[in-house]
Design a protein around this ligand. Structure first.
Ligand code: ADP
Ligand code: MG
Length: 258
């Protein structure tokens, strides 16, 4: 199975006469079990692209399709985790996580098994019966991730899921996400403006330019998936980060002026 982003473009109406080209000529493939990170400065079209892949926005040109599905008749499923997770405040952690399973009309028994499995995976077993307002920001993101995983999607989409968290929590969540990914091996498209985060998580980093949003470069990260933060990889890690920074530097400077 793979997800093909085929010549995607997106224009938005700025005013009656004016249009902005948010995305142009976007071509890439997310392979099975691959973790692809989209990186680029603010306004380069990352969220727009993620929302198009997730089917929340339609492209102005091009298309998205799944190839080589094991079960051709089944509709592919996609889960999205946003920066600001909208949890149902009147539902407990458990009820939030199983929301998608209820929608799928899964049996209560299966809901419980999957719900508990994924709540455990995101480290919230002790907070199963808590309500969102009782949780810290990092814990809310865990619930959002648990809910996205519980439906066992073909593709996981994440739009800056940790960028509202403090630096330490974010580092811990990144580590945890890798551990979770190691268990689920989900094909993932992850959006961030944070270069270190991109190098830490990605199998491949796609660098976008802005105005219009185009692919500037695709960089495979040739480091072991786990333990990239270790001292032995420091030099290579920094080289990748520097390479990406040089690619987006001017765009980031321009973004500041707007
Ligand atoms: P990013 O997530 O990389 O910060 P976005 O995808 O949010 O960037 O936005 C890309 C460009 O498209 C920006 O110039 C933004 O102003 C424009 N844009 C995004 N959504 C809309 C919309 N609904 N209507 C008009 N313009 C939009
Ligand atoms: Mg965005």
């Amino acid at each position: 199975m793979r997800i093909v982003i085929d010549n995607v473009g997106k224009k938005f109406k700025k005013s009656k006469k004016e249009e902005t080209t948010a995305l142009e000529d976007i071509n890439f493939t997310i392979h099975e079990k691959e973790f692809v990170v989209l990186v680029g400065p603010s306004g380069c079209g990352k969220s727009t692209l993620l929302n198009i892949v997730g089917g929340l926005l339609s492209p102005s040109s091009g298309s998205i399709y799944f190839e080589d599905m094991e079960d051709e008749k089944r509709e592919p499923t996609v889960s999205i985790v946003f920066q600001e997770i909208a949890l149902f405040p009147w539902r407990t952690v458990y009820q939030n996580v199983i929301y998608g399973l209820e929608e799928k009309k899964m049996s209560k028994q299966d809901q419980m098994e999957k719900g508990n499995y994924y709540i455990d995976m995101v480290g919230l077993s002790e907070f199963k019966h808590a309500y969102p307002k009782q949780l810290s920001g990092g814990m809310k993101q865990r619930v959002g991730i648990g809910r996205a995983l519980a439906v066992e999607p073909d593709l996981l989409l994440m739009d800056e899921p940790f960028s509202a968290l403090d630096a330490q929590t974010r580092t811990l969540m990144q580590e945890e996400l890798l551990t979770i990914w190691n268990r689920t091996q989900l094909s993932t498209l992850y959006v961030t403006h944070n270069i270190e985060e991109a190098v830490y998580l990605a199998d491949r980093v796609i660098v976008l330019s802005r105005h219009p949003g185009r692919i500037k470069e695709i960089i495979p990260i040739d480091l072991p998936k786990m333990g990239r933060g270790d001292a032995q990889y420091r030099a290579q890690f920094d080289d990748y980060a520097e390479q990406i920074w040089q690619l987006i530097r001017q765009d980031a400077v321009d973004a500041l002026k707007e």
